[in-house]
Design a protein around this ligand. Structure first.
Ligand SMILES: CC(=O)SCCNC(=O)CCNC(=O)[C@H](O)C(C)(C)COP(=O)(O)OP(=O)(O)OC[C@H]1O[C@@H](n2cnc3c(N)ncnc32)[C@H](O)[C@@H]1OP(=O)(O)O
Length: 388
């Protein structure tokens, strides 16, 4: 049996528009918070895995691994991980595997700057994660790709735009008290339905926004935590990752995400749990349909059944399975390369009791994070558990 990978410290910037900030200074803040939270110095770090997708569109041109290590005071091997919107979720997985391979202290996280360019430029930059050979040339963007998934889902399983609206309403509600969230603003179903169309069936509130932000987590071995008397209440007990083709046209079924199924099953097996053991989840709701697909792929609902979960309140803060208590990508924001690390930061705080929404899940001992890249062509899933 592999030993647990303890989360000694976490940090993240407030997500949103930060025109005065650089990707490096945001990552320095997130990592600095993680070091302070853990009580560990940067010189203890044995490796850095840093997630970033759109580097060339931000102020950082390249070679970001060593650049970010230097910025945060780490003199250890350092690598930039690019897995589109799953970049820092995959960075976390590399960190977990590195600790399991014998390291004691690894820094993971990511940073992304998206608000320094226009929405049109950002949309074009993001489309680099889609199938460039055919689908991008045919005009597919990410709002377009996920609206194809939503319309295919409606065709195959039923459901309406109004059903999806409940996902957005719930996630905005969850973010109301989260000072790190981009939108602390309540919306209702009518707001969602009456919002300007982005790509049918999506309106403005079905979409995650463009965001600036950074996240970080310090992972330590069980032996290191014990030796240094660290107060690590939460450990990563399961990790899973999977890939799929980028092109939606090659999928057997467009409204299904097999990479998430595979990554979820691997993470459950690694942690020795089943979906029924999960008390609270942070899933990749880049668009409202994405939360529905995630909940089905992860085994919380049968295909075709999660569309009613948000509408019937099953995934609200006081529902059977609270989902995206941070506000999710929808309301917390989605600086793509930082998102997976932010899910770890928010879930750690939720489980250890120092998140604004912790009281609602005070009995929770098992949390799950699900971070998807592109058309869910990559997916990283982690199981976090409260440890003694
Ligand atoms: C696997 C993956 O993760 S793929 C996902 C990758 N990410 C994406 O594709 C990003 C998708 N989102 C977008 O493209 C954009 O945010 C859009 C198209 C939804 C909106 O862009 P724009 O129309 O340019 O909005 P703009 O930035 O001008 O903001 C206009 C207003 O809407 C608000 N707004 C913008 N986006 C959102 C949003 N997603 N939700 C709620 N409000 C929003 C802004 O705060 C602003 O409000 P204000 O007028 O009160 O100040």
């Amino acid at each position: 049996m592999v030993s647990d990978v303890h989360i000694a410290g976490v940090g993240m910037t407030a997500f949103g528009a930060s025109p005065e900030r650089t990707a490096r200074d945001m990552f320095a803040q997130a990592a600095g918070e993680a070091f302070d939270d853990a009580g560990i110095d940067p010189d203890a770090v044995e490796e850095l895995f840093y997630g970033n997708f759109m580097g060339e569109f931000a102020e950082v041109q390249g070679h970001q691994g060593p650049l970010m290590a230097d910025v945060v005071g780490v003199s250890a091997p350092s690598t930039r991980i690019d897995s589109a919107c799953a970049s820092s979720g995959v960075a976390v997985r590399h960190g977990v595997n590195r600790i399991r391979g014998g390291a004691d202290v690894v820094l993971v996280g990511g940073s992304e700057r998206m608000k320094n360019i226009s929405t049109a430029e950002g949309t074009e930059a993001l489309s680099a994660a889609a199938d460039a050979l055919w689908e991008v040339k045919a005009g597919v963007t990410f709002p377009g790709a996920y609206s194809l998934m939503a319309n295919s889902y409606f065709d195959e399983f039923g459901g309406t735009r109004e059903d999806l609206a409940h996902v957005a309403v719930k996630n905005h509600q969850n973010a109301l008290e989260n000072d790190l969230a981009q939108f602390q603003m309540a919306i209702d179903v009518d707001d969602v339905l009456e919002a300007p169309t982005v790509s049918s069936p999506f309106g403005l509130y079905d979409c995650s926004p463009m965001s600036d932000g950074a996240s970080a987590a310090l992972l330590v071995s069980e032996a290191f935590a014990e030796e240094h008397g660290l107060d690590t209440d939460v450990a990563i007990t399961g990790t899973g990752q999977a890939s799929d083709g980028l092109a939606l046209q090659d999928r057997v079924s467009i409204p299904e995400t097999p990479a998430a199924v595979e990554a979820g099953e691997a993470a459950y097996e690694d942690a020795g749990i089943t979906p029924e053991d999960v008390d609270v989840a942070e899933v990749h709701d880049c668009f409202t349909i994405a939360e529905v697909l995630a909940l089905e792929s992860l085994g919380f609902y049968e295909p075709g059944e999660a569309i009613t979960a948000a509408r019937e309140g099953e995934t609200t803060i006081d529902g059977a399975l609270p989902v995206n208590l941070s506000g999710g990508l929808k309301a917390k924001g989605h600086p793509v390369g930082a998102t997976g690390g932010a899910q770890i930061s928010e879930m750690t705080k939720l489980l250890r009791g120092d998140h604004v929404n912790s009281d609602a899940v005070s009995d929770a001992t098992v949390g799950l994070t699900h971070n998807a890249g592109g058309t869910v062509a990559s997916c990283a899933v982690h199981v976090l558990e409260v440890v003694e």
